[in-house]
Structure formats: C-alpha cells, structure tokens
Write a protein that binds this ligand. Structure first.
Ligand SMILES: *Cc1c(COP(=O)(O)O)cnc(C)c1O
Length: 249
C-alpha cells in the first residue's frame, strides 16, 4: 500500500477553516429554507487533489469524498481504505462502460448513472462482499441533463421516469434519487430554476411509487441555491480544497 504522509499542521488549519466556512454556508441556506442543516450531506470533491489532501480533510472530520476519474479515485481509495475504513467514496464523473467494474468494486455511491447499459453493468459487477464483509448495493443517483445542454451528460428529463423504474429494479443497485450539474448562472434566482426543476422531477418519480430520498445538486458556486431548492447532497470541491490546476496542460 502506498504510504500517505501526514498533512502538516498549517495545511490542516486551512482545511479546517474552509470546512467550517462551507458548513456555515450550508447552515445559513438551510435556515433560510426552514430546513435542518443535518438533512444536507457535504460531499468533498477531491478530484485532482492527492490522498494526503483527502487525509487532511478526513482528519478534520469530513467523511464523504467525491471523485471524477476512475483510476485517480481508485488509487486514493486504495491508499486510504486500510487507515480510514469509515470514509464513504462517491463516483461523480462521466462513466464509460469499460470502467464500470472498478467503480462497482471500490465506490459506495455513483451519482452519474445516465443510461441503462451502465446501470446494468454496475449492478452485475457489484461484489457481494469486500474484505470479507458483506457489501450493500451500490447507492446510485440518476444524472439528469436538466439545463438541456447538447454537450452535457445526463438523461433527458422525458426519459427519466422509465429509466428510473428500470434502474430501481436492478438487484445490485439502490436508486436513491437524482443528480444534476446545471449550466453556470449569475444570480441566485437563475441558479434556483434548474434545481427546482430537478426537485419537481423527483416529486413525479415519488408520486409514481419510487422511494427516493436524495437530490445531489449544488457545487461551490451555487450550493445556497441548491439547498434552498431541497438538495440533500451538495458536491463541493474548490471551496474546500482550493482552485484546481488544469488537468491537462
Ligand atoms: C468538480 C465537480 C464538482 C465540484 O465543483 P466545485 O466548483 O469545485 O465545487 C461537483 N460536481 C461535479 C460533477 C464535479 O465534476
């Protein structure tokens, strides 16, 4: 197992301050929406940051981490699992069929399921146990292209009901709800619109009989809007870890 250095004290202080600030933002928005802040899970998006950075956030009490790239995520999980078995790992990036096996084995959640073929593979490839312990079904969200952007990943809203019914029936998965990454918007009111649409779509699925409890929406720039519209998971990267270097070049 690769050794992970302990984070130096000054970087721990920075991590703790950023975590505190993001928790305050969530709490403020929850209060404004008359919601209990405990209903909102903070998912720390650690893509491009190394295992030591994750270990630092974990040392500050953060338990849930999100990764976008399969190889990078699996490497961090392998580096940290033995020392921090309680961490919960969420895959949130675009998922190709040839990468589903690693995701089904290593991650606890997948937020970016957007077609049946990928869901079927994840279900079939989810192991019954890991390290001798029974492994629950993979917890999944169906990603919706809520801003109708031609280049964005995510299922089309009109396909969502049928797709959700089919995914909910797969034995290796537990469908928890919907996820979106809307186009950036400048004002709070504009940010709220796509989140409100996702919440409405979720309402329709629940009325259809699906038992869903998760809305994965909101990032560093728009988490307040998402919490106001009912987010139960906000996915926050740069506000916790700092600006990311460009991944390529
Ligand atoms: C990178 C990423 C995030 C976090 O973005 P920030 O703006 O850094 O908070 C959240 N969700 C997804 C799907 C991402 O790819």
């Amino acid at each position: 197992m690769p050794a992970v250095r302990s984070p130096p004290a000054d970087s721990l202080r920075v991590s703790r301050a950023r975590l505190e600030q993001v928790r305050l933002r969530i709490a403020e928005a929850a209060r404004a929406a008359a919601r209990d802040p405990a209903e909102v899970l903070l998912l720390a998006v650690s893509k491009t940051f190394d295992a030591a950075a994750v270990a630092g956030m974990a040392a500050c009490g953060q338990t849930d981490f999100g990764e976008n790239y399969v190889q990078e995520g699996v490497a961090k999980i392998d580096a940290l699992r033995a020392r921090r078995p309680q961490l919960c790992w969420h895959f949130i990036g675009p998922l190709q069929s040839n990468k589903t096996r690693d995701v089904a084995r290593h991650f606890d959640w997948v937020h970016s399921v957007d077609r049946l073929s990928v869901a079927q593979r994840l279900s079939a490839q989810r192991p019954a146990e890991r390290d001798g312990m029974p492994l629950p079904p993979l917890q999944v969200c169906l990603q919706v292209n809520i801003s109708a952007e031609p280049t964005k990943s995510g299922a089309e809203p009109r396909q969502v009901l049928q797709l959700a019914r089919e995914i909910a029936a797969l034995p290796g998965l537990r469908l928890r709800g919907l996820m979106c990454v809307p186009a950036p918007a400048a004002t709070l009111a504009a940010q709220r619109q796509p989140f409100a649409r996702l919440r409405q779509l979720q309402r329709e699925l629940i009325d259809d009989g699906l038992r869903l409890d998760t809305l994965s929406m909101g990032m560093s720039a728009d988490l307040e809007a998402a919490v106001l519209e009912g987010a139960t998971i906000v996915r926050v990267g740069s506000a916790l870890f700092g600006e990311r270097a460009p991944r390529h070049g």
